[in-house]
Design a protein around this ligand. Structure first.
Ligand code: GLC
Length: 744
């Protein structure tokens, strides 16, 4: 029998063990763990087989093999003789992306933007969305989805804010963890990204995010730590920029020190696409896989890594560990024992679109509702709809996360030819027109007119004659570019001002990728933040306007009154469309806010934002009572929520603690939340357990979370600026070790 065969059979048995094990009786030894199986296979692999695993390709040429049409973000070879399938990687957090139509005609259900999911403050919504896109990715033959965007939205103008889960580490970690767990419940691998602080697009490949370790631990790293604890992603994607001088994908302190060391992360670290700058340095610093290797200056993890190994600059054990981490995650998440199909399987797009619509509806935020203008009264029989392409569809964010919705693309706008991203980034509207949904919901007796808003005088004239005016205002964001300011572009503010002056019954529906300024806020009757509402955004918006559901979204990001309130009013680094600054190798951004991101910054600066973190209105009213400790559980509290209005609805009571960090003034931080659905008059007791890390400073020297003694002021509120209930929480001084603290 040829030399290699016997070990292969052993490894193959180990690799296939669960199938064999399934027939075992109850008393038999349990099947070997993913770790044991992966180690057995790595022990049999040749160096070239291991080397083959540690990079993927993104080009069509690189991906065209055997007639396979799964052109997407990345493809990596498997190890056929051990039954290890190829890696087929697709983007991203909002669904199976096909921004560039790499797969002509391939569509998928588009989730609403991640900010919308975050605004639901409901992990179940995040999990369901993750499970839906994971199911579609598997059915389309992808075993990795590059989801799990978990960077904090540090800047209100950042291009990718729509892809992230807001400014708070607890909210982000809990929601990202649920999303990732949902994706992986479909038996494929999710990433969490972009490790570890990746807050702006301008100069993203040459900027250095500079921040103290304690501040980083208490903010972005805490979000990743919680997301990884709760979601167990198979892979972590390191980001483009430098962190404190070292590129994130060759940052020993972050990858080996924190992620693989203190957190004992078992999966693999893949680079972002075009984020690798070395072979030996990156491999030794903890990078396990170069993604889209042809995008980098070199296919670093092919020839140069082979050389570095030959020269002893990278120990063979490191290559073993790289292969082990990839195989272990593949086995653990099920893609070895349950390979994804080579040919697409049927998908119930209707059921999946319902998941998207539920997320869109749960995430919509009612920001203003003067005199109960919403829900629209049955007497509103002459409705004028203006602007925002409401007659054709709903806006989506640009870049790698962009999904081509099942409903179709209603409109595509390209960037100027001068913009080097114009092949990769497009502005598209999904064919879910709010106007059609409003007409259907208003019924035949109503008259619903539409004007695109370009002729302001005409719109004002029509507004005077309408019972109610619904203005759709949009603000597009995209990967690779940041906003220059937060104002609605294209004269939309002027249009809103003019119409509101003509008719006080004016509703503004915002389709934005994050905060915008609203000089007309006090002049309009109602404001709804619909975000980028996804596959069925039109019907979701109409259902809110007519009261078919009660809005319960809460802002996951502060909306500042102006960009000057934010730590950085505009993106640092001269905005060059190419994402690179001509002529300079690097520029630094000093994150002066440290861990005081978002609402904590505005509190510290005594700034009053336009709308605070956690803010959102309802068609009913909620009250809170009796904040009290839970006997025997020193870090748990209980309080009661009541629906004191006459409409059923969901509320999101938020628990904040004023924690004194590093001897500074006590700054309030979110330490708990719960989305609660209540019938009119119903009351519900809510118990929240506080993760000790949220009450602590990160003590760099002690490698742990130090809780100072004394009492912490707790409050329950409707948003970050509200203290409806107050209580004091006595705290014993202690050090919580940096290893995983107990989840609640
Ligand atoms: C992009 C993004 C990343 C994405 C990857 C693959 O540039 O930063 O989020 O998953 O490339 O498309």
């Amino acid at each position: 029998m040829p030399r290699a065969t016997i070990p292969c059979l052993i490894a193959l048995t180990l690799a296939l063990a669960p199938a064999a094990g399934a027939a075992q009786d109850q008393d038999a030894v349990p099947p070997p763990s993913a770790d044991v199986r992966a180690r057995a296979i790595v022990g049999m692999m040749t160096p070239e087989e291991k080397l083959g695993l540690v990079s993927t390709v993104t080009s069509r040429e690189g991906q065209t093999a055997g007639g396979d049409r799964r052109f997407a973000a990345g493809r990596g070879p498997g190890v056929r003789r051990f039954g290890i399938p190829e890696l087929h990687e697709t983007d991203a957090s909002l669904g199976v992306a096909n921004a560039n139509e790499q797969r002509p005609g391939d569509v998928a259900v588009a989730l609403p933007s991640s900010l919308a999911t975050a605004a639901s403050f409901d992990p179940e919504i995040a999990r369901a969305g993750g499970a839906m896109i994971g199911g579609e990715a598997r059915a389309k033959g992808f075993n990795v989805i590059l989801a799990g965007g978990a960077n904090l939205t540090r800047d209100p103008w950042a291009g990718r804010d729509f892809e992230y889960l807001g400014e708070d580490p607890w909210l982000t970690g809990v929601m990202a963890g649920a999303h990732i767990a949902g994706v992986q419940s479909a038996g494929i691998i999710s990433t969490v990204k972009h490790f570890a602080i990746n807050a702006q697009e301008t100069g993203r490949t040459i900027m250095s995010a500079d921040i103290g370790e304690a501040a980083l631990r208490e903010s972005d790293l805490l979000a990743f730590e919680i997301a990884i604890e709760r979601g167990h992603p198979g892979a972590v994607m390191c980001g483009y920029n430098r962190v404190n001088g070292d590129y994130a994908c060759e940052n020993d302190a972050l990858l080996n020190g924190v992620l693989k060391g203190e957190w004992a992360y078992p999966g693999w670290v893949m680079s972002d696409w075009g984020a690798v700058h070395s072979a030996g340095k990156a491999a030794n610093a903890g990078l396990d896989q170069q993604s889209g290797r042809e995008l980098d200056e070199q296919p670093w993890f092919v020839g140069p890594l082979r050389e570095a190994l030959a020269k002893g600059e990278v120990p063979p054990a490191r290559l073993d560990d790289m292969a082990l981490r990839i195989l272990r995650a593949m086995i653990d998440k099920g893609v070895v024992d349950h390979p994804v199909p080579d040919k697409p399987l049927p998908i119930d797009y209707d059921a999946d679109a319902a998941v998207s619509q539920r997320a869109a509806e749960a995430g919509m935020v009612l920001l203003r509702n003067r005199d109960g203008l919403l829900p629209l009264a049955a007497t509103a029989t002459h409705i004028l709809v203006v602007g925002g392409h409401a007659d054709i569809g709903v806006l989506s964010g640009g870049g790698s996360s962009q999904v081509r919705p099942v409903a179709g693309v209603a409109r595509t706008e390209h960037l100027p030819d001068s913009n080097p991203f114009n092949g990769f980034i497009k502005r598209i509207w999904g064919a879910s027109p709010p106007l059609d949904a409003i007409r259907a919901r208003a019924g035949a007796a109503a008259r619903v007119d539409f004007l695109d808003g370009k002729d302001v005088a005409k719109a004002v004239e029509a507004a005077r004659r309408a019972d109610v005016v619904i203005i759709f205002a949009e603000h597009w964001r995209t990967e690779a570019m940041d906003l220059r300011d937060l104002a609605l572009p294209g004269g939309q503010d002027r249009l809103i001002d003019a119409i509101a002056a003509a008719n006080p019954a004016t509703v503004v529906v915002l389709e934005t990728g994050g905060p915008v300024t609203m000089p007309w806020r006090d002049d309009v009757g109602a404001i709804v933040e619909a975000w980028y509402p996804g596959e069925r955004g039109g019907p979701a918006i109409a259902r809110l306007l007519f009261g078919d559901f009660n809005p319960s979204g809460r802002l996951p990001m502060t909306f500042p009154a102006s960009a000057t309130q934010a730590p950085r009013p505009t993106p640092p680094g001269e905005p060059k469309d190419d994402g690179k600054l001509v002529g300079i190798p690097r520029f630094d951004v000093d994150y002066v806010e440290g861990a005081d991101v978002g609402y904590r910054w505005y509190e510290k600066q005594a700034e009053t934002p336009l709308f605070p973190f956690g803010y959102g209105l309802s068609y009913t009213k909620f009250a809170y009572y009796a904040l009290r400790p839970v006997p025997g559980h020193p870090l748990s509290v209980q309080f009661t929520v009541a629906n004191i209005g006459d409409v059923a609805g969901a509320d999101v009571p938020q628990l904040y603690a004023a924690v004194r960090l590093n001897g500074g003034p006590p700054i309030r931080r979110l330490v708990g939340f719960r989305r609660v659905m209540l019938m009119p008059g119903e009351r519900r007791a809510v118990t929240l357990a506080i993760d000790p890390r949220l009450l602590a400073d990160y003590d760099v020297a002690a490698h742990g979370w130090r809780i100072a003694g004394g009492t912490v002021a707790l409050s329950v509120g409707h948003h970050a600026g509200d203290t409806a209930l107050k209580a004091a929480l006595p705290l014993a001084p202690r050090l919580v070790p940096a290893a995983h603290a107990p989840a609640d």
